[in-house]
Design a protein around this ligand. Sequence first.
Ligand code: COA
Length: 326
Amino acid sequence: MISNAKITAQGAYVPKNIMNNQDFEKIVDTSDEWIQQRTGIIERRIAQNDEYTSDLSYKAVLDLQQNYNVDLSDVDMIINATLTPDYKTPSVASYIQAKLGIKNSGAIDVNAACAGFTYGLNIANGLITSGQSKKVLVIGSETLSKITDYTDRNTCILFGDGAGAFLVEYSENDPSFIASSFGSDGDKGSHLYCSNLSKEMFHEELDNPGFVVQNGRGVYKWAVGTVPKIIQDTLNKSKYTIDDLDWFVPHSANSRMIESICDKSNIQKEQALMSLAYYGNTSSATIPLSINRAISENKIKKGDLLLLVGFGGGLTYSSSLIKWSI
Ligand code: COA
């Protein structure tokens, strides 16, 4: 794959309010033990009532700016991956463009659910490599707590709020992007949905309008079958093999599921970076949050080979094989 795009900065933000597994024992029939064993989640962050996705995006970008002292005034495209935008319109990207005071940029939200951040990164690489952009902000941010039904124990224990941001810039000789894959199994859309205007899907009436509804087992089975194929497909497009990978960064949905994917793909479990235990499933934010956390723990080093794989609602998937460059 030809690329002239390089990741030059990253940042993250999570709300202050922590909801742990014991808090769920008080509102639904569940236990800390069940949640940890089945999902790997210990706690998650929950936004305030008046705190929205754009607020989290904005703070993640401020963190990026502070961490790497970068100038964002000449950013020419903002891509915000989210399934929980503040408004139907304007997009979160347009709204935070105004908050950041950026004048000459495009702005667009990407809705590919938990695959949104990797879709966004690959779009940024495409825009830059084709000469249409020079500096792109890619953000993954969610306030899933606002579309979570806290009476439904099947879903409420899973989700959390958070945001992560990358800056991607033109680079003649030192690109980060090596290979990518993407796809969608649209016929499985009813495994994971949150209805908006329509009350039905494929002529079936939908449950619980306005809240996330999930066929947990269906998604689990699909992910364990699909993700190993995406991993192999992406590596096959490069000169690298599984043995060359330093880190595997899957969408942090469920630690048991990720372990099973690692087993099938011959990836060591220690190589899988996850933000799940402390943030839960934050959809499009899990991948940048996992990377942000791993950097703060001195795990990821410049030059490391990372395979990012997002997968989720749609059902969609998207991967990026990258050389870490900061
Ligand atoms: N606490 C206690 N029991 C619970 C529970 C909870 N929070 N949620 C469900 N259960 C119960 C079910 O009611 C069911 O009880 P029953 O046997 O009496 O009917 C039992 O646990 C097993 O339910 P099941 O849905 O089969 O559990 P599971 O082992 O598949 O785990 C998930 C459920 C949601 C954790 C798991 O399916 C999962 O993580 N799936 C993938 C989800 C995902 O990754 N989504 C995001 C993709 S982007």
